[in-house]
Design a protein around this ligand. Sequence first.
Ligand SMILES: Cc1cc2nc3c(=O)[nH]c(=O)nc-3n(C[C@H](O)[C@H](O)[C@H](O)COP(=O)(O)OP(=O)(O)OC[C@H]3O[C@@H](n4cnc5c(N)ncnc54)[C@H](O)[C@@H]3O)c2cc1C
Length: 467
Amino acid sequence: MIENRVELTPRQISDLGLIVDGRISTSQSALDQHGHDESAFPSSPPSAVVIAASTEEVSEILQYCNSEAIPVVAFGAGTSLEGHVVPLFGGISLDLSSMNRVLEVRPDDLLARVQAGVHRIALNEKLANDGLFFTVDPGADATLGGMAATGAAGTTTVRYGSMRENVLAMTAVLASGEIIHTGRNTRKLSAGYDLTRLLVGSEGTLAVITELSLRVFGIPEKMAAATVRFSSMSEGVQAATEIVKAGISIARCEFLDAKCIRNLNAYDSMSLTELPTLFFEFHGTPRSVEEDALAVQEIVADFGGTEFEWTSDEGERRKLWRARHNAHWAAVAAHPGKKSVSTDMAVPLSKLAKAVALADEMLAAHEFTHSILGHVADGNFHCQIITDPNNPDELVNIRRLVHEMTLEIIAMGGTCTGEHGIGAGKIDALEVEASDSLKVMRRIKDALDPKGILNPGKIFAAKTNRT
Ligand SMILES: Cc1cc2nc3c(=O)[nH]c(=O)nc-3n(C[C@H](O)[C@H](O)[C@H](O)COP(=O)(O)OP(=O)(O)OC[C@H]3O[C@@H](n4cnc5c(N)ncnc54)[C@H](O)[C@@H]3O)c2cc1C
């Protein structure tokens, strides 16, 4: 275990400053900004913030930090939800946000090459010039490096896949400073171990990603949206799984419980009926989106779905999805001064209704204020649990209950995280879920980062073998 926090000495600050041409900060505001993510985890600032501008610089920084046994926490946009970027052991926060160039867009190859600090909205603005878009959409305006590092997914995963399916190749820097290139700019690859997918989801514990090749798609000719209400959560969830089983081409399918809808109405001035609701999006030709919407309408009716409304009006579609993306902030805004703990579990589709009902019952039994939403077509759902940051005991109790819930989910064949990752919050759950394969994960970590300098205390409990 790494037991002690590492504070940089004046010599180390000066050495690192020379590597990055002075782009190092120990100002309180920089340290505060890099001491937390969007979770309710308590903040723990780094000893210094270092801003990297190139792969070569990242390599020099890591060589130096490895030789000095300084912890390094890569920082993208800081939107992760399990304490991922919190420098639990001090050291440096390595901010990649200045590496924000879209290096190449290749419409004929349906491919884009970016630096790791490019934000997904900026990428999509650039791609739109060529009629293209990058599909992975976690709601927050995260960086592509951070999204790869967490294995991010989101509302469109049911149709286009997550980061695991959409990162083709990478440039990354190992703890030793060695620069590696993984994958190729091809849509298929079967050459040796798949190091790209090893780094996807590695949460900055195996390497720092500096460049990525991404698979992109043509913007569909037509997009349409639909909503439908249910009298109970389980009917809504069952309807969603039935739609997936029927093979209807949905681009998005999101469940929101009545409390989420109430929060959205208040936050986004909407007037949605406050009942459990499914939001849909369809992509295709004008004819195919209409056919898909009608097919969905038939299925939801079998589950008691009412007030089915669909629109191909672009303004209405955007308004609906903007509201969905604001669900986290709407929950926080409904409870001024509070924070939201977002859980993230996924189960096989056939278990989804049972899993959602179980989570709801367990939270209700403990009287925690909560709401439930999810990317239900992927069997993935979140509970937003409201907590008072001034009452740390409450957070401890919530974490304990979430762990109990997670164990139930694992026991029914599910996973402790469908998309947010392990961070500092799911380490115990990973130990249960991964069981024997955890030893192999640990061996990979030790082989690539023997001193344990990369994001210590995340995915695994930290090691003590730093010199
Ligand atoms: C409102 C809201 C909604 C969200 N919805 C979703 C959702 O639907 N789906 C989903 O998947 N997530 C969701 N998230 C979580 C978050 O947006 C994702 O985890 C995102 O991928 C994090 O990207 P980031 O750039 O903010 O990374 P950061 O938070 O900066 O970092 C995340 C992790 O990646 C590491 N890292 C960052 N950059 C690099 C790099 N270049 N190389 C190596 N490691 C790196 C960090 O060390 C850290 O461990 C949501 C968050 C919020 C606030």
